[in-house]
Design a protein around this ligand. Structure first.
Ligand code: ASP
Ligand code: MG
Length: 427
């Protein structure tokens, strides 16, 4: 690869490497590209969910042997199907990772978030080891790179906050020379703090990893390879007539992901927008199609309405008990609590004496947050909700059968309409 060539970043999620056929398909896509690539992979298939279950069982003192056998067998069979010559070497390498996992399982950190990161991060280690070996076996020179040594975060387990200066320095110091000769193959989702503890970036965080590498290495573009044709204006599983966007502005895409469009992780857009790096969303099933590109575009384009559902929402309302107005001090106190408990608000409404906030359900967090507040506030908690956002709203009733009384809370701006309904109302 020539030095002058710009690096591109390719991200392959779990579905795109869910079995041997999928991994072969991924390699074909890589084979089409002549630029040096940073390839970011997630855990294979549903491995992350399986590892979460193992952690759950282990923490509850239950046996997780059967689950763990399944995870091991899945990876071993995949290797057996994929490799001819190098099979033994790859299996040995995998065996070492399995041993390291078992050691972690025996000495789990008492704190959940930390234990989670030490254990669940192995999904990406398994997948990246296999994929790197496979690409090399095909003659695509590929360097396996440990993302934990480059994506540097603070010590917030399960939600690491990236230290951009350190991350950028490390990447720019070491990776360009590798990329002159090889592709870099690394893990999404996992990172490391300064003391080299493994820290994850939150579920589905691999997209964000791709953006971090792209931003720090000033890549020419990022492609997220998905099982959908691009970004649609609504989830085809929920809404009958959908259209695909050919292009979206960074801003439009950022808002859509914030409201719950799950095609890309919400944190992905900002670092790319800052560096004006285009982000492609393309289908690994039909790589010949163009997909959707997110880039800098003029504001106020005429776009079709987008309908976005965000499930598993909780609505908490606070009313001042003594009917005093919710003044700045009380609001300040509540907002400090939201920050302290990492509650990210998806919708907020206030009246003279009450404040209602809607956020992703998490019972433990809510209990911790409300502890001690009931003396001052009358508090109501409603779980099992969904937040529906209609972007570029044009006034039609888009959800069949939706009645006024189904809507628990609603808000309109010039362009968007948002409302909260119970989850059983799902279309
Ligand atoms: N493997 C992780 C997850 O399933 C990260 C990712 O896929 O983006 O959440
Ligand atoms: Mg995934």
């Amino acid at each position: 690869m020539k030095k002058a060539e710009k690096v591109k970043v390719y991200k392959f999620g779990g579905a795109s490497i869910r079995n041997a056929g999928a991994v072969r398909n991924m390699a074909e896509i890589i084979g089409q590209e002549s630029s040096p690539l940073v390839i970011v992979v997630s855990a294979m298939g549903k491995t992350t969910n399986a590892l979460e279950e193992i952690l759950e069982k282990a923490r509850n003192g239950q046996s997780c042997a059967e689950f763990w056998e399944r995870v091991k067998n899945f990876h071993v069979s995949l290797v057996e199907e994929l490799f001819e010559k190098e099979e033994r070497t790859v299996l040995n390498m995998l065996q070492e990772l399995f041993c390291a996992f078992e050691k972690q399982l025996e000495s789990l950190a008492p704190e959940y978030d930390e234990a989670y990161d030490q254990l669940v991060s192995f999904g990406e280690l398994f997948s990246s080891a296999i994929v790197a070996a496979y690409l090399n076996s095909l003659g695509f020179l590929t360097e396996w790179v440990d993302a934990r040594k480059y994506v540097k975060t603070d010590g917030t387990f399960r939600d690491g906050y990236v230290n951009w200066d350190m991350t950028g320095q490390l990447m720019r110091l070491n990776l360009p020379s590798v990329l002159e000769e090889k592709h870099v193959l690394t893990q999404g989702f996992i990172a490391g703090d300064v003391e080299n503890h493994t820290v994850t970036l939150g579920r589905e965080g691999s997209d964000f990893t791709a953006a971090v590498f792209a931003s720090c290495l000033q890549a020419s573009e990022v492609t997220i390879w998905k099982d959908v044709a691009g970004i649609m204006n609504a989830d085809p599983k929920r809404v009958a007539a959908t259209v695909k966007y050919d292009e979206l502005s960074y801003r439009e895409a950022a808002e859509m992901t914030f409201y719950g469009a799950s095609v890309i992780h919400p944190k992905t857009i900002k670092p790319l927008a800052n560096k004006k790096i285009p982000l492609w969303v393309r289908s690994f099933e039909s790589p010949e199609e163009r997909g959707t590109v997110i880039k800098e575009l003029p504001e106020h384009q005429e776009l079709p309405e987008a309908i976005i559902f965000k499930d598993r929402q909780t609505l908490v309302s606070f009313k001042a008990k003594d009917l005093s107005f919710l003044h700045e001090q009380a609001l300040g106190k509540l907002f400090k609590l939201f920050t302290r408990h990492h509650i990210r608000i998806n919708l907020l409404q206030n009246t003279a004496i009450s404040l209602a906030v809607c956020f992703d359900s998490d019972q433990d967090k809510v209990l911790r947050m409300l502890d001690g507040l009931r003396e001052e506030f009358e508090i109501q908690v409603i779980d099992g909700l969904q937040l529906v956002t209609v972007k570029n709203y044009r006034g039609k009733n888009l959800l069949r059968g939706l009645k006024k009384e189904d809507v628990l809370l609603e808000q309109k701006t010039l362009t968007d309409y948002q409302f909260i309904i119970r989850e059983e109302m799902k279309s």
